[in-house]
Ligand binder design. Structure first.
Ligand code: CA
Length: 237
């Protein structure tokens, strides 16, 4: 989104939030980012970091795991639960697989173990920004082809048409769009959207996929929802 990037000396600059309580590390990151033409803001505890993350319209957040007041995990989980999809790169001194998994489960997009070289951080940042741009995942909007789902206003559009969805249809579409191009199994859909075990033999998922198809695909030449027989569903261009 153009409006979320501040114009500076004629250049559009990417805005990054650094939430890190160690002043030396924070300064090291900030200086490096500024030398690479990024704009950087800093927060030194979890509470103020969370507040800035919610209000600052950042393109990316560098988030330390161990923070005063509120941990990096909690910030990450809370942002995602509020449908804030800003890419998050988590920093930590811990490096076990379990810690990494917990980081990803809380909604982080990538993970970097301290100590690190700045060029490694920079490479990760660039990769995340590129991915987020490709996903057209700007702020609260998920986009696949001409289909747009706004997580904040809970509205869906295909091209210029506004599409009315029920709450369940919306959740199902959100799941498919978040996992665009990946095949989602019926059991995964059942668990995530209906909180039920698929073994119950219900056909509720197929029924809802058909509802969605009628609303988002039927009247459009380009179909987005695909069925993979015996595997599940995917949404892609
Ligand atoms: Ca720390």
């Amino acid at each position: 989104m153009i409006q979320k990037k501040r114009k500076f000396e004629g250049m559009v600059r990417i805005k990054i939030l650094i939430i890190e309580d160690e002043p030396k590390v924070s300064l090291f990151i900030r200086k490096g980012l500024e030398e690479n033409q990024f704009e950087a803001d800093t927060a030194f505890d979890g509470k103020s970091g969370m507040k800035m993350a919610l209000t600052g319209n950042y393109d990316l957040i560098i988030l330390d795991l161990n923070l005063p007041i509120k941990s990096g995990y909690d910030i990450c989980k809370e942002l995602r639960s509020k449908n804030n999809m800003t890419p998050i790169l988590m920093l930590t001194a811990l490096s076990t697989t379990e810690d990494k998994l917990t980081g990803f489960e809380s909604g982080a997009d990538d993970y970097l173990v301290k100590p690190f070289e700045f060029r490694e951080l920079l490479a990760r940042i660039k990769a995340l920004l590129k991915r987020s741009l490709q996903n057209n995942r700007t702020g609260n909007i998920l986009k696949v082809s001409d289909l747009e789902l706004n997580l904040e206003t809970k509205t869906v559009r295909r091209g210029t048409n506004v599409i009315d969805l029920t709450a369940k249809e919306f959740s199902l579409l959100e799941l498919l769009m978040r996992n665009r191009e990946k095949v989602i199994s019926r059991s995964e859909i059942a668990e995530k959207i209906w909180d039920i075990n698929f073994d119950t033999g219900t056909n509720v998922i197929d029924v809802y996929i058909n509802f969605l198809r009628k609303k988002i695909d039927k009247n459009y030449p380009k179909k987005l929802i695909r069925t993979y027989i015996g595997m599940g569903y995917t949404l892609k261009e």
